[in-house]
Design a protein around this ligand. Structure first.
Ligand SMILES: Nc1ncnc2c1ncn2[C@@H]1O[C@H](COP(=O)(O)OP(=O)(O)OP(=O)(O)O)[C@@H](O)[C@H]1O
Length: 303
């Protein structure tokens, strides 16, 4: 759906995007994660032909960009850096103009397309007030509605939840999940770890313009081989688990054990009561820390 090879963008001495090889496959929910200033917006703009690369290649939907941009754009819904809209017109009017400018579709069905798009982004009840009276969150939703008018195969979204409150973020996440279930590939950039962790199937981590990691979220979050255990009988548990015990703090035990279910059986058969037991998984934050040395202070783990 998206392939880049050696994609580079320089602004004078600043290398905003540095030799990025990216591959987004059909059906992915791909999160492009990086701290502010790491080059996310520049890369997104290059994908959409808004900025020319200094060097490297881009393919979107199998076509070279920017060469075949006109063929590609009708199938791509995009939202970059705060959506543009005519501030003195209503949201519906803005969508009508966008729809008219898009690929040739019947005027008679325009109203339905607009109402459907507004409905999907939670703006169905919006009145006639001009966009300049909208909150940032409403503008963001309107931008998304615009990106959905064409029922795109691919959505490219730069920080789509910027300016939204937690409820708004959740709604956008659910919307993107639903669109993805219906077959839309989603590529989004974000500096929010939690957002990527909750939404994405794949993650690319960018730091100072370089792609430092690109993998399935499930692989990154694989079990560590340790089990976190809580028991009212810690001494008895420690005796049973001789050789496997890594750490003990009161009734909390950290055990090196590959199979959590088997460990549970072993404890219970030995008469050790278990109040909590779970396989430990790496968090995305630990993964990010491992490859960049930066934690959620730079990545915005929470809002
Ligand atoms: N038009 C430009 N002219 C000069 N430098 C630029 C330009 N656009 C971006 N840069 C520089 O390129 C680097 C990457 O910027 P970019 O906006 O792509 O990062 P980002 O990860 O999207 O950050 P943010 O989340 O803050 O938007 C930064 O150092 C920025 O200052």
């Amino acid at each position: 759906m998206i392939v880049t090879r050696g994609l580079t963008k320089r602004y004078g001495r600043t290398v905003a995007v540095d030799a990025v090889d990216l591959e987004v496959r059909e059906g992915d929910r791909y999160g492009f994660l990086g701290p502010n200033g790491s080059g996310k917006t520049t890369l997104v703009r290059m994908l959409l032909g808004l900025v020319y690369a200094t060097s490297g290649e881009i393919e979107v939907l199998g076509q070279p960009v920017p060469k075949r941009l006109a063929d590609v754009l009708p199938d791509v819904g995009a939202l970059v850096e705060g959506p543009a809209a005519y501030p003195h017109l209503s949201g519906r009017r803005n969508l009508a103009l966008l729809d008219a400018a898009g690929r040739h579709r019947g005027r008679r069905t325009r109203r339905r397309r607009i109402e459907e798009a507004l409905e999907r982004v939670g703006l169905a009840g919006v009145d006639r007030r001009p966009v300049k009276a909208y909150s940032l969150g409403m503008r963001q939703r309107l931008g998304l509605a615009g990106a959905l008018l064409d029922r795109p195969r691919l959505l490219v979204l730069d920080e789509p939840t910027n300016g939204l409150d937690p409820q708004g973020i959740k709604e956008i996440r659910e919307l993107l999940l639903e669109l993805n279930r219906d077959g839309t590939t989603v590529f989004l950039s974000s500096h929010l770890l939690a957002e990527i962790e909750q939404l994405c199937t794949r993650v690319g981590i960018v730091d100072h313009g370089r792609l430092v990691l690109d993998d399935d979220v499930a692989t990154l979050r694989a079990a560590t081989g340790r089990v976190l255990l809580r028991t009212p009988d810690p001494a008895a548990a420690a005796a049973v688990l001789d050789g496997h015990l890594e750490h003990r703090d009161g009734d909390h035990l950290v055990v090196r054990y590959a199979d959590a279910a088997e460990l549970n059986t072993r404890l219970v058969s030995a008469g050790v009561r278990v109040s909590d037991l779970r396989a430990e998984h790496r968090t995305l934050e630990q993964v990010v820390l491992g490859v960049t040395g930066h934690g959620s202070d730079r990545f915005g783990g929470t809002r």
